[in-house]
Design a protein around this ligand. Sequence first.
Ligand code: G3P
Length: 495
Amino acid sequence: MPADNFFEPISNNGNPPIYRYFNGASWVESKSGKRIAIHSPIDGSVVGELQSVTKEEIDEVIARSVEAQKKWEATPLNERVKIVHLAADWIIHYQDQLIDLLVREVGKPVGECKSEIKRTAEFTDYFADEVQSIRGETLESDNFPGYPKGKTAIVSRVAQGVVLAIAPFNYPVNLAGSKIAPALLMGNSVVFKPPTVGGISGLYLTRIFEKAGVPEGVITCVTGAGSDIGDYLVSHPKINMVAFTGSSDTGMAIAAKAPMKPLMFECGGNNAAIVFPDADMTLTAKEIIRGAFSFAGQRCTAIKYVMGFQSVLDKLLPVVTELMKTMIHMDDPRKEETKMVGPVISVAAAEGIERAINEAVSEGAKIAVGGHRKEAFVEPTILTGVKPTMRIVSTEVFGPVVSFITIDNMDDAAAIVNSQRFGLQACLFTTDEGTGMRYASLLNVGTVQVNSSPQRGPDHFPFLGVKQSGVGVQGGHYALEGMSRLKPIIINEPK
Ligand code: G3P
């Protein structure tokens, strides 16, 4: 049972607290003397201050990480597994504290924060179980034309080395854990860069892994603005792999600065819902609401546009608007009765969403529902009469807005999806599974959901994006494989 002062070292415990960063050995303040105040999107109050680390401090952290990795990889897998399971236990043990912090730090409704924390513990356990079935293979030379027997390749999986894990604000615990746990299990050390807003939650998670027994230097956590330390981190020669979740623009900038490094990126999405005339309208409406408005639409898997014949959209829209009255309650995210929509991450982000709505309206779209903003709160909004070329569709507007687009034939929907720069997921609704299977094969996206909104889970399913939506595969054993590389040793029989 952990002691009550579990999280004490990570800040000065002031009001508001000044948080420290974790250099792998201890929790310390940066010599920079620079700090970043984290304001709650709920009311602008200061949740705490984060250190802005220097490049020298990053060098020191990475050097410790390099040094520690070799010993960690040599640690028996069953010991690494125990440590990661213990981290999962402690995530649950401290869930109330984590949930309170998360709600206040990123403004996510309390119900969704509960599921973020629970899911993090669950997949941490899952990874720790799954890693035990990851194994290599042996190959014999004579399977290939022209080769006699005599060469045996023993192909095993080894760690990538030092993995830089960069998490986003929308799941600062969950999308940090989904990188840290598989990386550690495969014998890597982790340099964790949490998001700026969400960074405090990231420090709490780091502390949990530290206290679970991850040895000195194997996990570190550096804080600071991406604009100050991002480039330095990703291009650092001692970083062997980058795992990142965030926007496509940032992902592409990172990829350009990390040549030849293995990447596991989940980037932007503007996921479509395609509604066939035979769809179950109630199920479709519920999934569209969940897909478009969960966590105020701040999910890369959120539905951003819905396509169908005019007659289908005419039937669907009233069902959606009716169900929104009970499925959504926009309010203070700390209240249990708030459902799906609290504030977006900042007033500036809310203003950007409002601008995108207004721009679509000026181009001919109509507001069917919502459309207003107050501070960081944006009403769940449905636009109709939207054209696929409008910016509200072609860019990722990270907020509670969904666009209805009328199509004249079903093939047009696939052409529209395939013309986008993103290719994360798409969903389609039909009561005919054969239609679902056939149509899914036309869509150039990472995953197609038939009769469900886009989503990452369950977390042992592969999760990936194509085009500018990402590279590499996350989820279950795919993530474990991605956090390792093949190492063939070829034994040649003496002639
Ligand atoms: O936005 C991040 C993405 O991973 C969403 O996950 O679980 O909400 O589909 P999920």
